[in-house]
Design a protein around this ligand. Sequence first.
Ligand code: ATP
Ligand code: MG
Ligand code: MG
Ligand code: MG
Length: 479
Amino acid sequence: MKSQDIRKAYLQFFESKGHLIVPSAPIVLKDDPTLMFNNSGMAQFKEYFLGNGIPKSKRIADTQKCLRVSGKHNDLEDVGFDTYHHTMFEMLGNWSFGDYFKKEALDWAWEFLTEVLKLDKDRLYVSVFEGNPSENVPFDQEAFDIWKKYVPEDRIILGNKKDNFWEMGDQGPCGPCSEIHIDLRSNEERAKKSGRELVNEDHPQVVEIWNNVFMEFNRKADGSLEKLPAQHVDTGMGFERLCMAMQGVQSNYDTDVFTPLIREVETITNTKYGSNEKQDVAIRVIVDHVRAVAFAIADGQLPSNNGAGYVIRRILRRAIRYGFTFLDTKQPFIYKLVEILSNQMGEFFPEIQLQRNLVRNVIKEEEASFLRTLDQGLILLDNVINTTKGTEVSGRKAFELYDTFGFPIDLTALILREKGYTLNEKEFDVELQKQKDRSRAASKVKTGDWEVLYDDDVEEFVGYDTTTTNVKITRYRKV
Ligand code: ATP
Ligand code: MG
Ligand code: MG
Ligand code: MG
């Protein structure tokens, strides 16, 4: 089954169960101070759970463009290295706002996977919340009993609060969740070791596909729980993972969501995916990141030097750097993938088709400018090496390259390693700390009611890796 048809099948199934199908919300959030990007299907419905506003329908389903590169959900460091976490992915979701509850949600999840899609029942594992007496949260007997109708008890896993209890914050709606995992290993591998032992073990072929959250409690300020007056369902299923299961492959990158992009990268860079591990990582990073960047731009978030724009710039630069280092790409090329993305996704997400030229041009421009930085940096780094006595390169000089020219420090370290040099990292860290102190001091400027903030929390919130330039992230706090 093609990915297009899998998406359609999901939406049609929930439409047949009385759900209103709505479009994805934009990937970039403009009016939520707690979140830069949509990172789950429920973000656009949050207010309904909090009791503010009334949804158009008590049953809604959609596929939501999600981005997990900051805050609580930050998968960026895994992307490229594993085969099932992306920066941008689609989350298929169905919701009940005070309407159906556990029985329908789990019955339909099972019906969709095993009867509509005909996935092998023996490969599915489910989890339910084990309960937490010290916090007065009970074991989810109801979900357990529903699953017992479909799966043998040894494939029902009891999960703890971390994996199987969902909370929006310290207070507010919360409740247990029930996940569905699938074991895609060969029969031979499955005979050797039960999938049960591999659920939650980060095994690339035993992955979580669907999470069903049941909002049934309200956590009060004193920490105690009370039953909500109306109960809600919030589900999220990873579309690319579902495609992997349906297409009989063992990596999201081997599904038709990614293969056309990979073929194009192979052609442009004259490489073969699957023949060299480092190049494979680079190719996965590029085809993943181009989606995130393209959809962010199509939704109105241009790369820039602060806030969400800066996150997008850094994602794109990560892709450029992987290409530059491992695929030897010295000319812009990532922008060429936009055409393919637009052909593939445009039918369902018209924004990518409508904004195709803008997206292409912005990416091409960003690539050209960052490649110039990398080129200059290489020359400067050569000079540093030539004036180095011994094999240890000064951390202060590496910092200068990083701070003044925007040359990524991890690239410096990599090149030095390849040439048989080491980097004095302690010295680099000292310089980095000094720079942070300087910008913090400089930031104690107040503009009217607002104080400009540069702090470590902000960097943690936004960021992921060391590909920073000398640009700082700016946020404002009301004073
Ligand atoms: P995981 O444990 O695999 O990181 P999760 O528990 O963080 O997933 P949820 O927040 O429950 O994920 O999101 C619902 C579904 O979205 C997951 O069951 C999974 O199929 C999918 N998903 C989550 N994160 C990603 C990602 N980074 N890339 C692709 N799919 C994802
Ligand atoms: Mg996760
Ligand atoms: Mg999980
Ligand atoms: Mg989950």
